[in-house]
Write a new protein. Structure first.
Length: 387
């Protein structure tokens, strides 16, 4: 099954590029492919997540993995060759010992199960060092996204895909909605304006404050955690989903939808903030929250570099409205959540903890102060640290 639909009106505006891509593989086609003698390629967990995002339309207007011309254009200019805004190359590595000249290539997961098929249009040498420097701003292998790029095969295979988009198991499963499903949910609820919130971490009081501020401006909120492969040390998706569900109790049920984005985290800072915005546009969002050091890691990017990049892009190219927020905290003198834009008091009056401090407290079984984290969230995280 291959189709592309134009979706607009209630439940979100146009998908990026004008059409929501649908590259899902039918059950009968999947069975035939599984029994075929076509050559196979085992893909990594991150590549499998990209494959699912391509097939579901999350990466619209992409219909497959990029070729040499697209790779170069996106890396250098954040544009596809036709001028469409796209900030990060989506590539599929191929090992040196696998010879592919053309035709169809079956894609399988690390355990060997069928994931999809690719129509081979090109095999090319991927300039991984240039991609790292241009997209991530560094070639330091200590950066987790750069390490994945530099560790990928030198050759990449390109072409349109078809893939299975099956329900997932566990706490993530029922929340892993496709763009078509979230758009339908928005339309059913009568939401014309929707703000998306990207996270790979549990939601603390500062995040909750940003989402509630944004909800004052729009009809609904898509709390949209990324649940694909992340770096070592990040809290597992299953634990996070429980924490997100606990936070929902502090929002009107009719105005929030919790869904999961199955895609790899790249930690590309400003470039990834653009990607995250475009993906939420495809999911039907009209607005997108961008906080401090969005999609950053370590000290590779400036605190507000992502906001500055998004603000520099033509509104007609981006097609979704960024909502830029300062760092939020609880002020003991204001007796409220605030940011530097609204609070006149000095830092000693602010309740702000580093990630290291929070992890140390949780590992010791200590609840962070209630001004920083909801007790329900902290208790779930403490239990996870114990196991």
């Amino acid at each position: 099954m291959i189709s592309e639909r134009t979706l607009s009106g209630p439940g979100g505006g146009l998908a990026h590029g004008g059409q929501l891509v649908d590259r899902r593989l039918g059950v009968g086609e999947a069975e035939a492919l599984a029994a075929s003698s076509l050559p196979s390629l085992l893909v990594t967990a991150a590549e499998a997540a990209d494959l699912r995002a391509l097939a579901s339309g999350a990466y619209s207007p992409l219909t497959g993995f990029l070729g040499a011309k697209e790779h170069e254009s996106v890396s250098e200019s954040m544009r596809l060759p036709d001028g469409t805004l796209w900030s990060i190359p989506v590539c599929l590595g191929i090992p040196d010992d696998l010879r592919v000249e053309g035709g169809r290539l079956v894609l399988r997961g690390e355990a060997g199960g069928l994931l999809g098929v690719l129509e081979v249009t090109e095999v090319f040498e991927r300039d991984r060092a240039a991609e790292a420097e241009l997209v991530y701003g560094t070639t330091d292998p200590g950066h987790p996204g750069v390490a994945r790029v530099l560790g990928a095969p030198a050759r990449a295979v390109a072409g349109p895909i078809q893939a299975l988009v099956e329900p997932l198991e566990g706490p993530v499963g029922s929340r892993a909605l496709t763009p078509a499903q979230t758009r339908a949910a928005f339309a059913e609820r009568g939401w014309s304006t929707v703000v998306g919130f990207q996270t790979r971490n549990p939601v603390h009081r500062a995040h909750e404050y940003l989402m509630k501020c944004a909800l004052e401006m729009v009809d609904g909120l898509l709390l949209h955690p990324l649940v694909g492969p992340t770096k070592d040390g990040d809290i597992p998706a299953e634990v996070r989903m429980g924490a997100y569900a606990a936070v929902l109790g502090y929002f009107p049920a009719s105005r929030v939808l919790l869904a999961a984005l199955v895609a790899p985290m790249r930690y590309a800072g400003p470039r990834e903030a653009v990607l995250h915005a475009l993906v939420r546009k495809n999911y039907g969002c009209t607005h997108f929250i961008v906080g401090r050091d969005h999609a950053g890691v370590g000290s590779y990017y400036g605190t507000f570099a992502a906001q500055e990049l998004l603000a520099s892009l033509p509104a007609e190219d981006l097609g979704i409205t960024p909502l830029r927020f300062d760092n939020a905290f609880y002020c003991r003198r204001c007796l409220a959540m605030a940011t530097a834009k609204t609070c006149p008091h000095p830092e000693p009056d602010h309740v702000a903890l580093s990630g290291t401090q929070v992890r140390s407290m949780l590992a010791a079984g200590q609840l962070p102060p209630p001004e920083f984290s909801r007790a329900e969230v902290a208790e779930l995280l403490i239990e996870a640290y114990r196991t």
